[in-house]
Design a protein around this ligand. Sequence first.
Ligand code: ING
Length: 325
Amino acid sequence: MSAARHRPWRQPAEEHAMARLVTIAAAQLGPIARNDSRSHVVERLIAHLREARRMGCDLVVFPELALTTFFPRWYMTNQIEIDSFFERSMPGPETQPLFNEAKRLSLGFYIGYAELTPEGQHFNTSILVGKDGQLIGKYRKVHLPGHREHDPARRFQHLEKRYFDLSDTGFKVWRGFGGVLGMAICNDRRWPETYRVMGLQGAEMILLGYNTPVHNPPAPDHDDLSLFHNQLVMQAGAYQNGCWVIGVAKAGNEEGVPMIGGSQIIAPSGVTVAATRGDGDEMAVACCDLDACASYKSTTFNFAVHRMPQHYGLIVERKGAEPPP
Ligand code: ING
């Protein structure tokens, strides 16, 4: 229940019908070492599932690239080595135990992973799986940050533009868990368009995982603000689209690169209602009322009544900023 909408403990039966409650686990992971096996990682994910069941959750949200270390931090040219970080099928032999346990515990989950398709395409992908173990939706990351070529000036690389193909899904939403859910991945959360495109499809809850280094080499002056920026963009996205936003980190010092934690569950009010405190394997849980979206979607952010798309053309027509002469 979001704090803003306290309800009398005993509510009339008809109002019960109104409450669409989804109990969410933000399942943060600490570092994954380069040589950690997928089976070992899956054991950590299953430990999260069991804790989520103990906490009465419905849906568990894991980070971006949750099965391996964040390999875009290294420049690689051997495609065999690069592909070793990708999944050829999901579930595959090493991830099947995760799917089995989630179904056994009647838990849905979001998980990010590197996807290698039969056609040889490489995507930074997330999937949403229902409590029955069935795939609900797949998303392929739109905003690929970083660079394509080796940058010797950097202490570590960020080669997502090198290793991943451009998204062929865009931002979609799916019905599930009693509401309308959308997915995003990491850098997507920094761009307002991400939330708005899903908001225009009625998203009531957006799930996203991230792997965010504390230090962003091109902008060292931002480092001290990395947790602030993380929260700022997700709270804004939630409030401006009247939807829940769940952001989940892979955190801690991973192969010598410190990464932020800051996993949190944000209500449509923009208020963070649950958050992790550390940078290891840690779970934050909140009972989320999807009906809490209505008071924002039907008033301040009633898109159909208030938006003025006839003045927004540049957002789609223009890529880079063009100041006046
Ligand atoms: N990581 C980072 C993110 O957007 C980044 C990249 C870090 C961009 C800091 C800008 C500033 O959170 C991923 N994986 O997108």
